[in-house]
Design a protein around this ligand. Structure first.
Ligand SMILES: [Zn+2]
Length: 102
């Protein structure tokens, strides 16, 4: 369970959550087939959002720093390419959680 910024307990890891969401999407896709604006399509859209949120919560290492014209390093977010500062635990541009460990 995601709780106050930490994955706690052994219930389900992010990979399992994403797998389950994808399985649900597959099942719902049959129900949604040919029906626009159905509840099944809304469920699929919600599950897509859940997958995105879970992926964002997993820390991602930033990309290799590039040097600015004045020689100061620019550290791009690996998810969106937005510029990161060392103080950011989450990318201010896309919300990706950042892993600053070496
Ligand atoms: Zn980003």
């Amino acid at each position: 369970m995601y709780y106050h910024g930490y994955w706690k307990g052994g219930e389900m890891n992010p990979k399992e959550i994403i797998e389950r969401c994808n399985d649900m999407i597959k099942r719902l896709a049959h129900e949604a087939y040919g029906k626009q604006n159905s509840e099944a399509i809304k469920d699929i859209n919600a599950l897509d959002e859940v997958i995105e949120i879970v992926e964002m919560r997993e820390p991602m290492k930033p990309m290799q720093a590039e040097l600015d014209v004045d020689g100061s390093p620019i550290i791009p977010c690996a998810n969106c390419g937005g510029e990161l500062q060392r103080i950011h635990d989450y990318c201010p541009w896309c919300g990706q959680r950042i892993d600053w460990s070496k």
